[in-house]
Structures are given as C-alpha cells and as structure tokens.
Write a protein that binds this ligand. Structure first.
Ligand code: MTE
Ligand code: MO
Length: 378
C-alpha cells in the first residue's frame, strides 16, 4: 500500500474496498468513508465500511475471509475450569443471533473539537451493519464454564500485536453484566464471513458499545475483578468524568475517567452533500440518527435558523434498537447560503448539545454536537 521510497500511499488498494475511501493512516490502516457513500444505504456495504486498526494484523490486511479452522479462543481468569480453549469451528454449528447495529469509532467527529492530536476523523468513522454469531453465554454453557461471583470485567484480546516497543498490546475490558447480556462471538458481517480486515474469522461484538470495544481477531477473554490497566483501555479511549475547558491538561486515572463504552446519541445530515448545487424550492434532506440502543429515539429535529425553531423529520424505527434510523425532511429553501442543523433526542431525554465542545476531552472522543452543515442555493 505504501511506496517505501516516497512513503506515499499508492493507489494500489485492498481489493474489495471502494477506492473512494479516504486514507487517514496507511500503517496502521485507517480508512474513512466519504459522506456520499453512507447516504441512502440502510446497511453499509462492506466495501464502504470504515477501517480502524490501532495495530495491524499483517495477514488481515485483506477483505478475504480467514479460515475458522485452527483458530482458538482462550478463556481464563476467575472461571472454573481455570482455562478453556474454544475452537472457532465449533461455533459454526451452534445457534446464531444476527444484530443490525451501528459500528462507530469513538474518535468519529474528532476534528470538530479544537486542538486535538490523533486521527483527524471527519464523520466517516461510522456505518450500520449486521453481525451474526454465537452468544457468549451459550459458549460458556457448552464448555461448562462457571464464572466466579467476584468477576466484574471481561477483557478481550486480539491476535494483532503492537508494531513498536513503545506501545503495549491493544485490549479492552467490558462490564461482565453487559457481556453476559448481549456479547456474541461474531462469525459473519452482512451475511458473509467477516472480511479479515474487519476482524475475521471471529470478533467479539457487544451492540451499543463504541467500535473500539468490538475487538477484532479475538483470541482471549479474561474474566477478572478489575478493568484492564492497559494503555488503550486506561488512558486512550477514555473520557474524564468532569467537564474540562478546551485545551486543559488532564492526567487519566481509573477514578477520574471512564472508558468510551456506550455510543452517544447522534444524528447526521447526509444528503444533500455539502457543496451540492441546489436550486431554490423544495429540497429533501436525509440522514441517520442513533444512540446506544438502551432507549428509542423520540425525534430527529432539523433547524434552518440556527436553533431558533425546529421541525420534526420523519423516520421509521428500525427493528433492532442498535441500528441507525434513517430520517428525511422536505423543506423549501430560498436562494442564499443556509446553515442547517440536525439533532436527535431519545425517550430518556438524551440529546446532542448545541455546542459539542462542552464535552471537550484531551483525546477528542465521543463528539456528538448538533450536526451542522452549510448549503448554497442558487
Ligand atoms: N484487535 C483489534 N480490535 C480492534 C482494533 C484493533 O486495532 N485491534 N481497533 C478498534 C477500533 S478503535 C475500532 S473503531 C474498530 C473498527 O472496526 P472496523 O475496522 O471493522 O471498522 O475496531 C476495534 N477493534
Ligand atoms: Mo476507534
């Protein structure tokens, strides 16, 4: 992918990924989906789905599937028996669940926060896909695993290894209650074996949680009393409990911060795209909205006057609480430049702040400000 001499990303592409995806990093591989490719599709095609590796797994830099046979997942920690090996191929014959769900990097929208280093995500670190796999409790039952009542977290590791010595291996912890409630070992994405670059042959999926918690190339689950103290879990992918002024210094501890677990309520205007040539008159706006699936969305509101007044968009509720809602709204636009905002509200009253920077945090996670776009009408 990269020309070693010039260090330029070459147009030679991973076969099966749309060449219009934008390279945010070549190694580790980070690809962002242009807005136009997200618009209009309820299920995001695998060829359009963003890619976010914190570390690459060399043999997984392909859209081909990797073989299930021979792949093992180790379970250990405070369980009885103390160590269990799950063979991925045994999952094939077990009952499966299929969940339509948003996959969103917690760094999506980061470039809307001021002055934050890290991958400069626009809004293309999100998609809506179907994962299919075997619920973790069924796997535990099959192997007669008993979990010690002291266990609070399950920490997931993947086969990928850090590239340099300066960073530890990627892993994440999830609350054991959520894991037992809805985590599954996924074997399929959009009805086909998971493409290697998206974490195949097996990936731990917990709907409603941010992308980083969906550990790819799953090789180990540790059942423990404490959250992992690993860099990616204890420092990266964390947000402070307290509000900070933009630019403030902050030292992360387990007590003063929390992981980027549950997806925040969010909406996007996907069409018309910024820069589209529009004529005055009736214009149809459309986009998507979602939350962490723990409540329904109540409304998607659209404003043409910077929040003075709001109109309710139309939407149909998806069957899966974790999927995104597609919304649309018709409005009459006069010639001129218009600022258009969208804002989702759920039945728990959770919504998007008018100014997303009130949630400024040092690593720029969980941006969920009111979505703002500008359109010129002739
Ligand atoms: N093993 C492993 N799992 C991982 C990562 C990784 O680098 N290694 N990246 C995480 C992050 S930060 C995100 S946002 C999602 C991205 O999933 P995708 O590449 O299938 O879009 O995978 C997560 N799971
Ligand atoms: Mo991410």
């Amino acid at each position: 992918m990269i020309d070693a001499k010039t260090e330029q990303v070459s147009p030679a592409w991973i076969e099966g990924i749309d060449p219009r995806l934008e390279v945010l990093s070549a190694a580790p591989l980070v690809l962002q989906t242009p807005v136009g490719l997200l618009a209009g599709q309820r299920i995001t095609d695998k060829e359009f789905l963003f890619v976010r590796n914190c570390q690459d797994l060399d043999e997984a830099l392909t859209m081909d599937a990797m073989p299930l046979d021979g792949w093992e997942i180790e379970l250990d920690g405070l369980i009885r028996p103390g160590r269990v090996l799950v063979h991925a191929e045994e999952l094939r014959g077990m009952d499966q669940v299929e969940i339509e769900m948003v996959l969103q990097c917690s760094g999506n929208g980061r470039s809307r926060f001021a002055g934050i280093p890290g991958t400069p995500w626009g809004i293309g670190g999100v998609g809506n896909v179907r994962f299919r796999g075997v619920p973790l409790p069924a796997v535990l039952e099959r192997h007669g695993v008993e979990i010690d009542p002291e266990v609070r977290y399950v920490t997931a590791e993947g086969k990928d290894l850090p590239t340099g010595l300066e960073k530890p291996d990627f892993e994440h912890s999830l609350p054991v209650a959520d894991v037992l409630d809805r985590s599954f070992i996924a074997l399929a994405l959009n009805g086909e074996p998971i493409p290697a670059v998206h974490g195949g042959p097996v990936r731990l999926i917990t709907p409603g949680f941010f992308g980083t918690m969906q550990v790819k190339w799953l090789t180990r689950l540790r059942f423990e009393t404490a959250e992992s103290a690993n860099f990616y879990h204890a420092t990266e992918y964390r947000v402070p409990h307290a509000r900070l002024d933009p630019g403030a210094k902050f030292r992360f501890t387990m007590e003063n911060s929390r992981p980027t677990w549950a997806i925040r309520v969010m909406s996007y205007i996907l069409a018309p795209e910024p820069g589209a040539a529009l004529e005055s008159g009736d214009v149809t706006f459309s986009g998507v909205a979602y939350n962490d699936g723990s409540a329904c969305l109540e409304a998607v509101l659209v404003s043409f006057d910077r929040g003075e007044s709001w109109q309710s968009a139309e939407f149909e509720s998806p069957e899966s609480p974790y999927a995104w809602y597609q919304w649309s709204l018709q409005a009459e636009l006069k010639p001129g430049v218009h600022e258009i905002w969208s804002r989702a509200v759920d039945t728990l009253g959770r919504s998007q702040p008018i100014d997303g920077s009130i949630y400024w945090n040092p690593n720029g996670y969980e941006w969920n400000g009111v979505f703002k776009t500008e359109l010129a009408v002739e």
